[in-house]
Design a protein. Structure first.
Lengths: 397, 397
């Protein structure tokens, strides 16, 4: 029983969807999955850091002891003991975060989508760093804002510039720790100045913090959330400290906003996997992360140093890069005339990949920039890849 | 380091978010979680049907054999072997569904959100059944459509009415098998007529099918997808045949739409848990569902019969209800003057809960209707609850 020769549908997409594109990065990643490619393009954490046995034991415990609850529908705001754990972990002397400020989401990318859905009107002004995290630009874009890029220097965004451009803005989005894509860290003074400025302007400040725990020195800087829990929306994630494939993150925000986000979450996918939340709670409740995270830091710090050494050794004069204090990325600036999108095409023929910087800019792209990730490539391959890339760049200078 | 006495933010929500409300049902569910309540309100499958040991074994196998892959980021369209399995399971002689038509999502509620995001413009006309699934109304509402209710009778929507109201419509949403909330089943003839009408009009037809496998007689009716794979968007779910707490569903649609949905999925949450998808594939690849689903059918058919018998025994004249051929719900119509929202208030004082029918109507609510779920309540409690409810209703007639 089948309709014969039906008229094919002319798909008419909503305006917000017409502009949606597949992420440049994910397209590059598809190419660079080939095993012969040395890929500095990934934003993926190193699988070496995944505590497979520990997770397996946690799944076993939860399914053995509370299987029927874990496999049933759960509450939209999330698994209560995990929300309590998160609230405790973010509280500091003098600043208490409560569990009703916490909403569990399916990775912090979903928090960005829900925040866009709830806060951004068509043509709303949204302030972002220059450059900013591509996933956030994509998530917000769906709601058709007007992005305004906040001027930055090597230490992140310039708080004193914010007031000049904030008129009518709906939110400010910042990634203060080891930013994706630049690896930059915002100083404590700038954090405080930014929080103060946003508080004065009544401007919601989103603090996206997936890498905060990955400081190579092991000393995380104070979170902006703790400087003003009534004005800062904090996004956390288990992707970089536990594993990303399970998709688990959280938003911490003032209660009126959290309740609205919870309603949006309910309409979007009812709730995040109850099993995943219970297993993560089981996996971390006895202090596992305190033992585990230092091993990730050490690995990434070593990998970072290998790449920094290789850059110093091989890259020609006229090329600059930062020295990250944590996280997964190095940001490289080439002489102005070099277009990194074209450089990528050439480097792929040499079996080396990276991510061009242009897509990370909300407004005028700086085409002579690129992002290098060092966490998943073995040291000898880092040296080989950097050397090849250096040769291609040198030929253009 | 904390801002002293910051100005509290006046939250300004986007227009689409202002109208978001918490689901009436989820609010009722919170009340009815009390163990002393006999709740016919739930839309939850029976935990008795959850194959806990089988899932535990599947988690163990996947984490033991492919742990690092399962815990890493995955592709936005989903785990390829599972997409292939789904495509195969939906293909019938003469109609081949291909894996590139399948997008994995975090429960079919997410499919509804993504479809709304991609297809619905503000003021777009969206055709829905009378009444319709509340979760779909909620998901679509975010994108501010104008709902038009398609006339229905006891056998579901009337295909001949569709052409009269379809002018300018962006999509038609239907739940043909054991509908939530009415338990109604659309006949094969009506399915075909509906598919034909939509094809003629070039109108995308969404076939939401979470309960399709739960036919009490074990004979599923033909899917509208197979009648016109170029015009039907099929939503499937593992929630009712395996477990809901893991949040796993899928959309099957023509390729141009799937690619757009994939982009929207990427912006919304990157991808659905890679681990969950690999585990579900591991759990079902060797024919598990074929053995497992009949046990769910038998349980639900028996529970349904207990409730039907109790309704016949206790409910007063003037009250009518349907006899479902599958699924989880019975729909009750009371004399017109009875408002079921008020009835619910009274019945909760008697420790019995149900869901009033009004919220399921996109336009004019029929307030004298209610939905009863029978799958999670033990037989003796079904009789007790129905008897109490009958007494309250009888007092109003």
């Amino acid at each position: 029983m089948k309709i014969e020769n039906p008229t094919p549908i002319k798909w008419q997409f909503a305006q917000r969807a017409e502009q949606l594109q597949s992420s440049v990065i994910r397209e590059i990643l598809k190419i660079t999955m080939r095993p012969d490619i040395i890929s500095f393009a990934g934003g993926l954490p190193s699988p070496e850091t995944f505590p497979v046995e520990h997770m397996k034991a946690a799944f076993d415990t939860v399914l053995s002891q509370q299987g029927k609850i874990a496999l049933q529908y759960g509450p939209s705001d999330g698994y209560a003991p995990l929300r309590e754990w998160i609230a405790d972990s973010l509280s500091i002397p003098g600043v208490t975060i409560t569990p009703d400020q916490v909403l569990m989401v399916s990775g912090s990318q979903q928090a960005l989508d829900l925040l866009g859905k709830v806060l951004i009107e068509e043509h709303s002004k949204v302030l972002v760093e220059t450059p900013s995290y591509l996933g956030a630009l994509q998530a917000f874009s769906v709601y058709q804002p007007e992005f305004v890029s906040i001027p930055t220097d090597d230490f992140g965004l310039l708080p004193e510039e914010v007031a000049k451009i904030a008129d009518g803005a709906r939110l400010l989005y910042a990634l203060p720790n080891f930013q994706n894509p630049t690896g930059r860290t915002m100083s404590v003074e700038r954090r405080f100045a930014l929080v103060e400025t946003c508080a004065r302007l009544g401007l919601p400040l989103i603090e996206d913090d997936p890498y905060g725990a990955l400081s190579y020195r092991g000393e995380p800087l104070p979170k902006m959330l703790t400087m003003n829990p009534n004005g800062v929306i904090y996004l956390g994630s288990f992707s970089k400290v536990l594993t990303p494939g399970i998709r688990l993150g959280y938003v911490v925000a003032p209660v009126p906003l959290v309740r609205k986000l919870e309603q949006a979450k309910q309409a979007a996918d009812l709730h995040t996997s109850q099993l995943t939340q219970m297993v993560v709670y089981e996996a971390i409740k006895d202090g596992f992360l305190e033992k585990h995270i230092p091993s990730i830091r050490t690995l990434y710090a070593n990998q970072c140093q290998v790449m920094l050494d290789a850059l110093t050794e091989f890259f020609p004069a006229g090329v600059t890069w930062n020295k990250p204090e944590g996280g997964m990325f190095i940001w490289v600036t080439l002489p102005e005339h070099i277009d990194c999108m074209k450089l990528l095409e050439e480097s792929i023929t040499q079996n080396v990949a990276f991510v061009p910087g242009a897509p990370f800019y909300a407004n005028e792209p700086q085409k002579n920039t690129l992002r290098l990730s060092f966490v998943t490539v073995p040291p000898e391959k880092i040296r080989e890849g950097v050397a090849k890339l250096a040769k291609l760049i040198a030929a253009k200078i």
